[in-house]
Design a protein around this ligand. Structure first.
Ligand code: SF4
Ligand code: SF4
Length: 199
């Protein structure tokens, strides 16, 4: 079965003397290389120079904290189930007394990892999260030399207290609308009656 029309018949004809010298081929190659010196560069000097990106660019994830600084993630696993690349793994922990300032709910993610080599940055984890805990951002995943270094744990994913990340630009109008209603729990979002009562 022919899949493309790019088939090329390989010739085994004998090389001419000129071809055996390789000089014409060498000169042709140098001319092509030289001509690129005068063309506009296709690359940029990243990270000093960055290309403009779309406002809804899906890059490196962040695990958000709430307004008081407690981690929003409750280790429900919805993001992992939604992930088509099976890039997310987690282990749950139970919040102890006195840890209310660290974790917003009684269950939290003791371990939360995303394998950035598997991730296809589709954003489905963000959509699946009922706690508004995970968002993709406009940040890039760093280049690494070792495969293990692409497994991002909580140390890289949870936002720092002194470096909060604004994700409001990426939130859907529905989420922004939902946030205006104080005291509404996430599982009430799709109950039109409760939604109406709270308004
Ligand atoms: S962006 Fe897509 S592929 Fe990446 S972790 Fe989230 S759901 Fe998985
Ligand atoms: S990030 Fe959201 S969906 Fe994923 S485990 Fe945490 S709360 Fe659940």
């Amino acid at each position: 079965m022919q899949l493309t029309n790019r088939r090329k018949v390989v010739s085994d004809k004998k090389q001419t003397v000129m071809e055996q010298l390789y000089l014409p081929g060498l000169l042709k190659g140098m001319l092509i290389t030289g001509s690129h010196l005068f063309k506009k560069r296709a690359t940029v000097d990243y990270p000093d120079e960055k290309r403009p990106i779309a406002p809804i660019y899906r890059g490196l994830h962040v695990l958000k904290r709430d307004d008081n600084g407690a981690e929003r993630c409750t280790s429900c696993g919805m993001c992992a189930v939604a992930c088509p690349a099976e890039a997310i793994t987690m282990e749950s922990g139970e919040r102890k007394k006195g840890e209310e300032h660290l974790y917003r709910e009684e269950k939290y993610a003791k371990i939360y990892e995303i394998n950035m080599l598997r991730c296809i940055f589709c954003g489905l984890c963000e959509e699946a999260c009922p706690k508004e805990a995970i968002f993709l951002t406009d940040r890039l995943v760093d280049a690494e030399y070792e495969r293990d270094d692409f497994i991002y744990g909580k140390d890289k994913l949870v936002e720092k207290m002194d470096q909060r990340i604004d994700v409001t630009k990426r939130q859907t109008p529905e989420v922004l609308e939902f946030k205006k209603i104080k005291g509404l729990k996430h599982n009430e979002l799709h109950d039109p009656k409760k939604l109406k009562d709270k308004h």
